[in-house]
Design a protein around this ligand. Structure first.
Ligand SMILES: [Cu+2]
Length: 241
């Protein structure tokens, strides 16, 4: 088990650097011809481990007490929440569904939502809803790096174009070691997060041959072939561990 975890963490570091494998610029069309919907469920393969407990040992009046980590959320039926599902290789397709403007919160010393999908180059705001300060700190491979203190009940603006390109941004707070979150700057609108039961539904996919990529912060990444044929909707169950 220890060895397995070690290998996964190695994979994770590797993929953090390599996630954007689609270099061509994406073009949104007015209408997608013969668009197909792909539905599916991301499922934990086997019995999921009990959530790791986070040690909350500072500012406890605001932050609360020890609580389960959100790094791997598995439903009673095995569905994994917050897996990033993306189709790689679509150069022209549907309009962006991810808004141009985002809002991210720090509330009771946790990041809300735990995983946020953003559009590259979009603007947004990082709130601090707490009556204690946070030090908002991002880690990424040249996508959006900032290390800034946000005062109690204040906010920080993220200006347009600060998020330079698609990829994964890890978010943390240097004042509260247990705080952790993720921003995913999507390559195309064909990127979604799985819901509480691990389900996703990606619509308007132009027929073609692509890669389906699943990334989960704790389990790493898997990539598989995806063939979309006109008039044939698909439903997939993808097991990861
Ligand atoms: Cu904090």
């Amino acid at each position: 088990m220890t060895k397995c975890k070690y290998i996964l963490s190695l994979c994770f570091v590797f993929f953090l650097g390599t996630l954007p494998i689609q270099a061509a610029k994406y073009k949104a069309l007015k209408k997608v011809k013969n668009g197909v919907t792909l539905t599916g469920q991301i499922v934990y393969d086997g019995t999921a481990p009990a959530p790791r407990m986070l040690k909350v040992d500072k500012d406890t009046d605001t932050c609360g007490s020890n609580r389960p980590s959100e790094e791997l959320l598995v439903s009673s039926s095995g569905g994994i929440k917050n897996a990033v599902v993306s189709i790689v290789g679509i150069k022209k397709g549907k309009k962006w569904g991810i808004p141009k403007k985002f809002s991210y919160d720090q509330n009771r010393c946790r990041f809300v939502p735990h995983v946020l999908l953003v559009r590259p180059k979009s603007k947004g705001v990082v709130l601090n809803s707490d009556n204690v300060g946070h030090n908002f700190h991002t880690v990424s491979k040249g996508i959006y790096n900032i290390n800034k203190k946000i005062k109690p009940n204040a906010k920080m603006k993220v200006k347009k174009k600060k998020i330079k390109k698609p990829g994964i941004i890890r978010v943390k707070c240097d004042l509260h070691s247990w705080m952790g979150g993720w921003w995913i700057a999507a390559e195309t609108p064909y990127t979604e997060l799985s819901d509480e039961s691990g389900k996703f539904s990606i619509s308007d996919i132009p027929p073609g041959k692509y890669k389906l990529r699943i990334w989960q912060e704790k389990l790493g990444e898997i990539v598989q072939d995806l063939v979309i044929k006109a008039g044939e909707s698909q439903n997939l169950t993808i097991k990861i561990k």
